[in-house]
Design a protein around this ligand. Structure first.
Ligand code: ADP
Ligand code: TRP
Length: 328
């Protein structure tokens, strides 16, 4: 059976870009015959400083969010990375195969380390190796990720091949599956750049937890061009982005929406869009809050996911130890 695996960092704010770009595709995959794994990479999160109480809340919030948008823990193995110690164990072994130069070339590391000088953590440098371990431990065939993670999946492939040629066939060579551009939501205040929680202004993104008034305010202040009609054109990126969001939250086609606003202006369009976004988010917010109120059930779901993941990981790790000669 094909195994599909992806993981997300437990970051506090999740915006609609994360939802449509990263979480929804995993929800849709549940209709396939593959075995799917989705996990929260808390040990990747600590490569930059984290407040422990906040990290704990973020892990629970991420779990509640996945469940609220339709991840079914029966169909998807949903778990927390730090619960499966084999991830860090395999990362160590891969550390002994990876070359310094390979990690120095990683774009994400270069971006994140810029300006930090010698004080950047070794964890941040080693981040792609832990990610390779995440993937290889489960004999993963397909890794759905954003374009920015492609280089990391390629490193996982290189390390799998290196290990296999040194110690004999052990790992499946994973394939990255890069999400299409359509799934990329741009910033409301700057449609040339992707929507991101690390943008300087909160007006850049719509958080999953924004209330109706906030959504309206942010959409009203979203950057559009000076035209007055509603149409989808490459050279009107602000409007094109808003139309994409409208289409995603209503499941209507862009043509259909454009037709609805044929003789209306930006004002009506933005009010309509804000209403559609809130109508989409409100039930999700209610579900998230419901799950967060029942922490024991959330923990039980993560426990069950960890048990299933552990079974696969422990067996694979035994084979790996045997291959490298430490299992007597
Ligand atoms: P952020 O830029 O907000 O910090 P992350 O880097 O934590 O987002 O991304 C988490 C996941 O969400 C990744 O899989 C990434 O590809 C996806 N993602 C982030 N921003 C967007 C966006 N604007 N549109 C679509 N997908 C996105
Ligand atoms: N580095 C990925 C990101 O920031 C998260 C991640 C960690 C991941 N381990 C993974 C993604 C394994 C896919 C597979 O988006």
């Amino acid at each position: 059976m094909i195994r599909i695996l992806t993981a997300l960092q437990p970051s506090g704010i999740l915006h609609i870009g994360n939802l449509f770009g990263a979480i929804e595709p995993m929800v849709r995959l549940q209709a396939e015959k593959s075995e799917n794994l989705l996990f929260i990479v808390d040990y990747h999160a600590i490569t930059v400083p984290q407040d422990p109480a906040q990290l704990r809340r973020n892990i629970l919030f991420a779990t509640a969010t996945y469940l609220a948008v339709g991840i079914d823990p029966e169909k998807t193995i949903l778990f927390q990375q730090s619960r499966i110690s084999e991830h860090t164990e395999l990362a160590w072994i891969l550390n002994c195969l990876v070359h310094m130069g390979e990690l120095e070339r990683m774009t994400q590391y270069k971006d994140k380390a810029r300006g930090k000088g010698e004080s950047v953590s070794v964890g941040l440098f080693d981040y792609p190796v832990l990610m390779a371990a995440d993937i290889l431990l489960y004999d993963t065939n397909i890794v759905p990720v954003g374009e920015d993670q492609k280089q990391h999946v390629e490193l996982a492939r290189d390390l799998a091949e290196r290990f296999n040629s040194r110690f004999g066939e052990t790992f499946v060579i994973p394939q990255p599956q890069i999400r299409k551009e359509g799934a990329r939501i741009m910033g409301l205040d700057d449609p040339e750049k992707k929507m991101s929680k690390s943008a300087p202004s909160e007006k850049n993104y719509i958080s999953l937890m924004d209330d109706e008034a906030t959504v309206l305010k942010k959409i009203k202040s979203a950057v559009t061009d000076s035209g007055s009609t509603i149409s989808y054109e490459q050279n009107r990126p602000g409007l094109a982005n808003l139309l994409t969001i409208y289409s995603l939250v209503t499941e209507k086609s862009i043509d259909q929406i454009v037709a609805e606003y044929e003789d209306k202006g930006y004002g009506d369009f933005k009010i309509g869009l804000a209403g559609a976004v809130s109508a989409y988010l409100t039930p999700i917010q209610e579900k998230i809050n419901g799950f967060l109120k029942d922490e024991r059930s959330l923990l039980a779901i993560l426990d069950q996911g960890a048990t299933r993941a552990k079974t696969i990981a422990a067996k694979k790790m035994e084979l790996i130890r045997e291959k490298i000669g430490v299992r007597l």
